[in-house]
Ligand binder design. Structure first.
Ligand SMILES: NC(=O)c1ccc[n+]([C@@H]2O[C@H](COP(=O)([O-])OP(=O)(O)OC[C@H]3O[C@@H](n4cnc5c(N)ncnc54)[C@H](OP(=O)(O)O)[C@@H]3O)[C@@H](O)[C@H]2O)c1
Length: 286
């Protein structure tokens, strides 16, 4: 029996980790949303971790509003950086492993090929920089720290691009999405299963975990519209520098993460993103 503590239980990923953990009898699971465990409160984090005394902490809590991070820089570093250091301190006290969720935004997106775990991070946004501070804190745990980088996270809960597209399609006959930002959409239902599998293993360091298939946001929007029965032709492409007004946070043009290490574990790679996308679109429109 592995005792697992989850932070960020109320988020889009956290909600699916809670749902999947409930189906696994070999996990003693303790999930905390922000109201029960604010990661910026160092004393509360230490005492909660000590009380639960987990074998593994899945740290999914984060300040994820990428554009807002540009204006609320201190808050971004408090939650994503110092908050993660608090989790690391608590883990050290009880000898727990930490699995920390991180992001494609730790890269600036200028590499022409997919990013591998050995590429040096160079974040361009405050969000990416603050998540990298968290990564560095987890690295201090040595063989008890695992950074799982993922990208373009979508699920049935919380806010994400699938919902944004479906909502926009209700109000506008024609949508416009950028075709010069490419990434791998990743679905919480699949990622949650991997995180719980990893909680029963002893991997450390950095691992990229995404669904398969790389697309631009324009192509992703075409897929969402088609799967919702609305027609792929209701979206037109544009370039990032044509967006009006420009987005406050710079986005990586190439967000594609190579799942090199994960592929070597002997576990099945995650499905092509179109399959879970179809399930989420059905959930949201059915
Ligand atoms: N979304 C993406 O596209 C994406 C891509 C790559 C990596 N990730 C990473 O994946 C993880 C999960 O992301 P997600 O999409 O599930 O994000 P999410 O839906 O925004 O969930 C994050 C959760 O963290 C909570 N939180 C914020 N501040 C907190 C604090 N001080 N203490 C405790 N909890 C706090 C939030 O609560 P409130 O809602 O109350 O603020 C929210 O429930 C994050 O680490 C994120 O950086 C996400």
């Amino acid at each position: 029996m592995t005792r697992v503590l989850l932070t960020g239980a109320g988020g889009q990923l956290g909600t699916d980790v809670v749902r999947v953990a409930a189906t696994q009898s070999d996990i003693d699971f303790h999930a905390f949303g922000r109201a029960d465990l604010d990661v910026t409160n160092g004393a509360a984090v230490l005492s909660k971790i000590e009380a639960v005394s987990p074998d593994v902490i899945i740290h999914a809590a984060a300040y994820t509003a990428v554009d807002d991070c540009e204006t609320n820089q201190q808050l971004a570093y408090d939650i994503n950086g110092a908050g993660t250091s608090n989790i690391v301190s608590g883990a050290l006290n009880v000898g727990a492993r930490v699995i920390y969720l991180s992001t494609d935004y730790v890269f600036d997106g200028t590499k022409p090929e997919p990013y591998s775990e050995t590429d040096t991070p160079k974040p361009a946004s405050v969000y990416g920089k603050s998540k990298l501070v968290g990564e560095n804190a987890v690295a201090e745990l040595g063989d008890k720290g695992l950074v799982v980088r993922t990208s373009w996270v979508c699920g049935a809960h919380g806010s994400n691009m699938v919902k944004t597209i479906l909502r926009a399609a209700e109000n506008h006959p024609m949508l416009t999405f950028v075709d010069d930002q490419i990434g791998k959409p990743t679905f919480t239902a699949d990622l949650a299963v991997v995180l719980l599998t990893l909680s029963g293993r002893d991997d450390s360091g950095v691992m990229h975990v995404t669904n398969e298939g790389a697309v631009s946001w324009f192509e992703f929007c075409q897929d969402v519209l088609e799967l919702a029965g609305l027609g792929r032709d209701r979206v037109q492409p544009c370039a990032t520098d044509e967006l009006q007004p420009p987005r406050p946070a710079p986005r990586p043009a190439n967000s594609v993460l190579a799942n090199t290490r994960f592929a070597g574990l002997g576990l099945s790679l995650l499905r092509h993103y179109r399959e879970p996308l179809g399930e989420v679109v059905r959930d949201l429109t059915g």
